[in-house]
Design a protein around this ligand. Structure first.
Ligand code: HEC
Length: 149
């Protein structure tokens, strides 16, 4: 009786250890493959919704095609990759929110800055996905801007 009890405790312990190992290795896989801008992290509608704000508030300096002007740098291609490559989407959104437009920093809401970031990501050729990019800082902080897949 006692020995059967001990045996079942033993296998319970084995099972819980196995569960712990599976959880740890799942975490390991997660750590090795962080989410990137190639995973469809914004929606096409969200990027489109930011177009009118961009045209009004950003195009004068950054150009309609994100190609830059004497008033501001390009927001696509090599320049964008140089500034934001390997940074997180949170850093891009926070830069936009706290620094842009130059004449009115801190004027955009987190949601507006998020949608503008989606617009810029789309302009850089990153794919849209099914769901909009969340305005939540913690969610954005887990997404890396990778120039190449
Ligand atoms: C009056 C001109 C002006 C306006 C308007 C403006 N920007 Fe900028 N922007 C700049 C300048 C100049 C820089 C580079 C200096 C700096 O990093 O602060 C810049 C930098 C940036 C960068 C970083 C680029 C890089 O490679 O480091 C982003 C992203 C950006 N702007 C987004 C926006 C967005 C989005 C808007 C509209 C809400 C906007 N800007 C409006 C002039 C402007």
């Amino acid at each position: 009786m006692v020995s059967r009890f001990l045996a079942s405790m033993g296998s319970l312990r084995l099972v819980s250890r196995a569960v712990a190992i599976i959880c740890l290795s799942a975490q390991g896989v997660w750590a090795q493959t962080p989410k990137t801008v190639w995973d469809g992290v914004f929606s096409a509608e969200q990027a489109e919704a930011a177009k009118s704000t961009f045209d009004r508030s950003c195009t004068p300096c950054h150009g309609g095609g994100l190609t830059g002007s004497p008033g501001g740098p390009p927001l696509k291609g090599a320049d964008f990759a140089y500034s934001f490559g390997d940074k997180t989407v949170a850093e891009l959104v926070e830069f936009i929110r706290s620094r842009m437009p130059v004449e009115a920093p801190d004027s955009l809401t987190p949601q507006q800055a998020t949608n503008l970031a989606a617009f810029i990501l789309r302009g850089n050729g990153f794919p849209a996905g099914n769901a909009p990019l969340s305005a939540d800082f913690d969610v954005q902080a887990d997404i890396i801007i990778k120039e190449k897949k």
